[in-house]
Design a protein around this ligand. Structure first.
Ligand SMILES: Nc1ncnc2c1ncn2[C@@H]1O[C@H](COP(=O)(O)OP(=O)(O)OP(=O)(O)O)[C@@H](O)[C@H]1O
Ligand SMILES: Nc1ccn([C@@H]2O[C@H](COP(=O)(O)O)[C@@H](O)[C@H]2O)c(=O)n1
Length: 221
């Protein structure tokens, strides 16, 4: 019998990662942040001194990526350089193809004794898990998202110029939603959750209400 899968997609800093972690904890599911896979490919490419636009080198790295590779938890993945490199390697069809089995493997056989899987990214509901039991598309206005990212950077002690953060966010949105392969868009059957005026608790409550209505699943507490 297959285990339940929840797909959570959305643009940068929409809060999908925060929501995915909380949904996974609420249901006792394993969570995969699929952005970290693209970030890992981007960072490894930069460390080899290659250009993030080098499609052949990026595809080779993506094919070799394994679930227990230490790069997947490397703090360098969280930086803006990694985010920009990730969105460049993410346009390469061979990179996306190489990471497909990794993600579907996680959804089908989540690690440990997890009772299901939550995957967050850009194409989970449309490409990776089109048969997911529930799909959410988390969004917020680009200004709200840039403000969240700015606060996050400030909390980490990283200096940032507000207008640069907003422009970077717009550039990544454009690259992610306009690429030819697996562009960022809500699946036809996704529940669109605009968190512009919601805090993380309110977003979680709305997500749980939707997941419950679609699947009949109850949370652990
Ligand atoms: N509903 C919310 N209200 C306010 N802040 C939020 C909300 N959800 C998340 N945040 C904060 O916004 C920032 C971005 O959230 P998060 O990392 O979850 O976004 P993301 O969509 O996964 O981003 P990315 O795609 O860039 O990894 C974090 O600092 C997080 O704590
Ligand atoms: N399913 C996915 C996940 C991510 N990407 C690309 O990676 C970049 C970084 O993702 P974050 O979620 O960590 O911000 C993102 O901008 C996408 O270009 C993807 O294509 N598909």
């Amino acid at each position: 019998m297959s285990l339940p899968v929840i797909a959570i997609d959305g643009p940068a800093a929409s809060g999908k990662g925060t929501l995915a972690r909380r949904v996974a904890a609420a249901y006792g599911f394993a969570h995969l942040d699929t952005g970290s896979l693209y970030r890992a490919v981007g960072v490894l490419l930069l460390r080899l001194g290659k250009d993030p636009g080098d499609a052949d080198a990026a595809a080779k790295i993506a094919r070799a990526l394994k679930p227990d590779d230490t790069i997947l938890t490397d703090p360098d993945l969280r930086g803006d350089e990694a985010a920009q490199a990730a969105s460049q390697v993410a346009v390469v069809p061979e990179v996306r193809a190489a990471l497909l089995d990794f993600q579907r493997g996680f959804a089908k056989h989540p690690p440990g004794d997890a009772r299901g899987a939550v995957l967050d990214g850009r194409d989970i509901g449309t490409v990776i898990c089109p048969d997911a039991d529930a799909k959410l598309f988390v969004t917020a206005s680009v200004e709200v998202r840039a403000d969240r990212r700015l606060k996050e950077l400030q909390e980490r002690g990283i200096p940032a110029i507000p207008s640069d953060v907003l422009e970077d966010m717009k550039a990544r949105d454009a690259r992610d939603s306009q690429r030819a392969v697996a562009p960022l868009r809500p699946a036809g059957d996704a529940f669109v959750l605009d968190t512009s005026a919601m805090n993380a608790e309110e977003a979680l409550a709305a997500a749980i209400a939707h997941i419950g209505s679609k699947t009949g699943l109850g949370t652990r507490r």
